[in-house]
Design a protein around this ligand. Sequence first.
Ligand SMILES: Nc1ncnc2c1ncn2[C@@H]1O[C@H](COP(=O)(O)OP(=O)(O)OP(=O)(O)O)[C@@H](O)[C@H]1O
Ligand SMILES: [Mg+2]
Length: 242
Amino acid sequence: MIYINQVKNVKPVEGRNIYPYNIPSIANLRELEFRKSVTFIIGENGSGKSTLIEAIAINSGLNPEGGTRNFNFNTQESHSCLFNDLRLVRSAYREKDGFFLRTESFYNVATEIDKVFQLDKYKRDLYYGGSLHECSHGESFLALVKNRFSGKGLYIFDEPESALSINSQLTLLVMMKNLVDKDSQFIIATHSPILMAYPDADIYCVTDQGLQLAAYEKTEQYMLMKYFINNHKKMIADLGLL
Ligand SMILES: Nc1ncnc2c1ncn2[C@@H]1O[C@H](COP(=O)(O)OP(=O)(O)OP(=O)(O)O)[C@@H](O)[C@H]1O
Ligand SMILES: [Mg+2]
């Protein structure tokens, strides 16, 4: 199921030399199509992935710092004004569930969940499997997806791998498949060649020219990781570490 079909940048950004318009990928973004249930946004550090998916999350009605539609906490107003310039083209279907997961503010999301369910811990345990503060970072991430995500959802993740071991990333892939089978759409910014291997996903690479579709095995993340695994001693030596 696809809930967001397209993102359009409706205001010309030429000449605006301030964040976020000074990020080349954002300045050159006109429209972006979402054709598959799972879309990855990849690219170098600082290329504009978080700025873009945060604006998409806000336009979808989700809390900029993470969480659901019903979360309205904000600890630091740091989101960009890009959401004012983007328009989402939506399908006729409306998602029944939604969550914006960003690692940077995951702690605050866990705090908000404890606060919201302060007087009803039974409900919190039912929806979230317990207090996320009582789990490790990776455990809490997987617990949230397992217990809280119910399907028919729009799920937007920013670098989920930063909490997850390689095994846990494989677990997340299986959880994603179960949710896709229950009519969900994922939009994920990532550096992880493991997550990017999700079958039949679209991978957009953020470049200075804009966002370009890439085949999994042609991405730098895949090729560099493969080369490193096969030639780790040589690469470490080339870096002058031996
Ligand atoms: N609040 C802000 N004010 C000014 N510049 C910002 C702000 N947030 C991010 N930037 C700049 O915008 C650019 C894009 O940042 P963004 O966080 O979107 O990158 P990213 O692709 O998500 O990087 P990473 O892979 O490191 O998470 C960076 O050069 C960053 O320094
Ligand atoms: Mg980022």
